[in-house]
Ligand binder design. Structure first.
Ligand code: A2P
Length: 287
């Protein structure tokens, strides 16, 4: 489901915008796509000095409103996972739109050619370096938590290091799955990636989307589907174990905590950059 922003609304937002200025650490928007009335993705130019590992995040934002007394503007920044892989010439981000959110109420109106503040200091735990070698890599996402996996699914190392890659994505509604579903589908015809990683690399991926509040082929929270054994039966794999399975989690706080507990019960231990183990966790950065 693709929903383009009506021209009149976008134009009105532009007219209200302060006069264009050169922002500190400014990058230029090159592409914007609105996926639903609550979700959009965009691409920006990449600073030539920026190196990052697929799965990491950076601080991005816009200038805030002028202070009523001094008239001064301060940057309004939030942590965003980079959704593009480390080799990409541009940077991609996937964002929620919160109507009264300090940043996303403005960010949702960005257009090609606009400037974005991007602090070029990538960090994060959802990186290959934080996991021990394994056979099967699981990505668990809710909502915009899909973003770091959009990066890692286009990262050659993901397929070099693992025999199987399982991506689960739980959302309230079907439309919220569209960004991830389209990205995974696009891998099949991505000539560059098929050449770089190996023809048919995408066959290693098992995609398991579920919804909780709108009818879809697979309904329910991934946590419940794993507890009942249904998810493993559907995927044709055994439950996670420390010998073969590695996992990365990125979703809302309750989801992260619940999965973390489940993994500990399976005997998996949490890893870090300095101490690689079986799974890593990050929360989705919502406005
Ligand atoms: P539910 O609709 O049952 O709350 P949100 O939009 O609130 O961030 O939620 C995104 C998705 O994550 C929803 O489908 C939601 O299901 C699901 N979710 C929320 N909390 C948990 C949890 N603790 N375990 C598994 N899924 C969760």
């Amino acid at each position: 489901m693709t929903e383009m922003k009506p021209v009149n609304e976008a134009t009105a937002a532009k007219a209200d915008a302060p006069k264009k200025m050169v922002l500190p650490d400014a990058q230029t928007i090159t592409y914007v796509k609105h996926w639903t009335d609550r979700l959009f993705s965009f691409r920006v130019t990449r600073p030539s000095s920026l190196r990052f590992r697929s799965g990491e995040f950076v601080m991005i934002g816009l200038m805030g409103d002028p202070d009523p007394k001094t008239g001064k503007q301060k940057p309004l920044l939030r942590a965003y996972s980079i959704a593009s892989p480390s080799w990409d010439e541009e940077l991609e981000f996937y964002s929620i739109k919160v109507q009264d959110g300090p940043l996303t109420s403005k960010l949702q109106h960005i257009q090609v050619g606009d400037e974005l503040i991007l602090r070029p200091k990538p960090v994060g735990t959802l990186v290959h370096d934080a996991l021990l070698p394994g056979k099967r890599l699981w990505f668990f996402a809710t909502g915009t938590g899909f973003a770091p996996f959009a990066s890692l699914l286009r990262e050659p190392q993901t397929y070099e290091d693992y025999d199987e890659v399982i991506i689960t994505h739980t959302c309230r509604e079907v439309g919220e799955l569209e960004y991830g579903a389209a990205l995974i589908e696009s891998l099949k015809t991505d000539e560059l990636l098929n050449e770089l990683i190996g023809e048919g690399f995408w066959k290693k991926i098992k995609y398991y989307p579920t919804t909780t509040r709108e009818e879809s082929p697979k309904m329910g929270r991934i946590t419940d589907l794993m507890r009942s054994g249904e998810a493993f039966a559907d995927l044709g794999v055994p439950p996670l174990n420390a010998e073969t399975d590695r996992a990365m989690i990125c979703g809302n706080l309750a989801f992260n905590l619940e999965l973390k507990q489940m993994f500990e019960d399976y005997g998996l231990e949490e890893g870090a950059n300095s101490d690689p183990k079986h799974y890593v966790v990050e929360k989705a950065f919502l406005d």
